[in-house]
Design a protein around this ligand. Structure first.
Ligand SMILES: C[S@@+](CC[C@H](N)C(=O)[O-])C[C@H]1O[C@@H](n2cnc3c(N)ncnc32)[C@H](O)[C@@H]1O
Length: 370
């Protein structure tokens, strides 16, 4: 759940509007490889991060207890290179260059500055304006997890749902994959490892700048990122695997509209989700799978599957639908009368032509941790 947004640190004055800071592929030869090696040698993995922070899988939900644990961690002296890197690269803590120089060379610092991953502060420290995460061996830059702002279309950090979604994605080899609402590009880059080609789409130019940086950083060659509204950039193309972690939070119109930020799904939360399912018949190949993160809001006791099947229209007859959800307590002012709100993953399997098989077990058994 991303409904509680994290605010752990006070915004640092970076000397320029924050919106101007984008990660930048460096033209220095070998730069991406060198940064990956630095991070790997420090053991920079998600599992080590959650272990050090003591906050387990749901590390970034932004609730008070998580924020308190992160603050307590930050109040301790860093023990080793991992602690320094977690503070600097993920938690965006201003750091004395002399401390960084214990673990990297002056040339490495130049690389970081060239990529905009290190910016000087007025008191002689270096700070990263964005956060770096590891997920299944990929290194992913996003906007800063500890300095969230509504000042611009903020690129979503890797939240627990990003990791849950990555864990439940079918990883069988496929020809073509589409990642809608790609944000940092995380799911497109993970899919690159088992797809011949991948396309990631986001409406936000800022997200596309981050996803292209992450493509460069991870050295994938079979992924393209395009800016656009859902399926618009891929009209006429079809895919074996379609992934989407769309904005799904119910938000009143006077606060924000779908497409303006990473979380607003319109007053009922389903503005983007419904459009994805309504268009699916044109883009999902026979035998293809589509997985979408959902927040399901019910006012009448109807099931999420019934809603999804209505959106699928005539494609519904050719599909199995698998829904894995858990009840959540989240309510916003537009859904306060809801009888049920659930969060989880919807999986659609389009049958091969002439077949009507049940949903394959591997797709319904993925666990959504509560
Ligand atoms: C929840 S974030 C997903 C981030 C990433 N996929 C992840 O799981 O970590 C949703 C993304 O959808 C994008 N978005 C919103 N409306 C869109 C639309 N109509 N078409 C394409 N992308 C959209 C937002 O810019 C945002 O980057």
């Amino acid at each position: 759940m991303r409904a509680e947004r994290v605010a752990i640190m006070t915004l640092q004055n970076l000397g320029r509007p924050r919106a101007e800071f984008l990660p930048r592929p460096s033209s220095i030869p070998g730069a991406a490889k060198r940064l990956r090696a630095l991070l790997r040698h420090a053991g920079f993995t998600f599992s080590t991060a959650v272990e050090r922070l003591g906050i387990d899988y749901r590390m970034w939900t932004g609730n008070t207890s998580t924020c308190d644990k992160v603050k307590a961690y930050l109040a301790q002296r860093p023990n080793d290179r991992f602690d320094i890197f977690l503070r600097f690269f993920t938690l965006c803590v201003p750091t004395d260059p002399a401390v960084l120089l214990r673990w990297m060379t002056p040339q490495d610092i130049e690389l970081l500055r060239d990529m905009n991953l290190a910016v000087p502060t007025s008191d002689g420290c270096l700070i990263s304006p964005m956060s770096l995460f590891e997920c299944r061996g990929q290194f992913i830059a996003t906007d800063s997890i500890t300095n969230q702002t509504e000042d611009f279309n903020f690129v979503m950090p890797l939240l627990p749902e990003s990791y849950e979604f990555a864990a439940s994605t079918p990883r069988a080899g496929v020809d073509a994959t589409l990642d809608l609402c790609t944000g940092s590009g995380i799911h497109a880059l993970l899919a690159a490892q088992h797809s011949r080609s991948v396309c990631g789409i986001d409406i936000s130019p800022r997200a596309i700048a981050f996803s292209k940086f992450n493509l460069w950083l991870n050295d994938a060659c079979n992924v393209t990122f395009e800016q656009g509204d859902l399926f618009a950039p891929v009209q006429g193309r079809t895919f074996d695997l379609i992934l989407a972690n769309p904005p799904y939070e119910p938000v009143p119109q006077n606060q924000s509209n779908p497409g303006e930020n990473y979380y607003c799904g319109g007053p009922m939360g389903d503005a983007i989700t419904s459009r994805i399912f309504c268009s699916l018949e044109h883009f999902l190949r026979p035998n293809g799978v589509c997985q979408v993160i959902h927040m399901m809001v019910s006012f009448d006791g109807g099931t999420h599957e019934q809603k999804v099947r209505k959106w699928l229209g005539r494609l519904s007859d050719e599909c199995s639908v698998g829904v894995i959800s858990r009840p959540i307590t989240f309510r916003s002012e537009t859904i306060c009368g809801a009888t049920a709100v659930e969060f989880g993953i919807t999986s659609i399997k389009r049958h091969a032509k002439g077949q009507g098989d049940a949903f394959p077990q591997q797709h319904v058994s993925a666990k959504v941790t509560g």
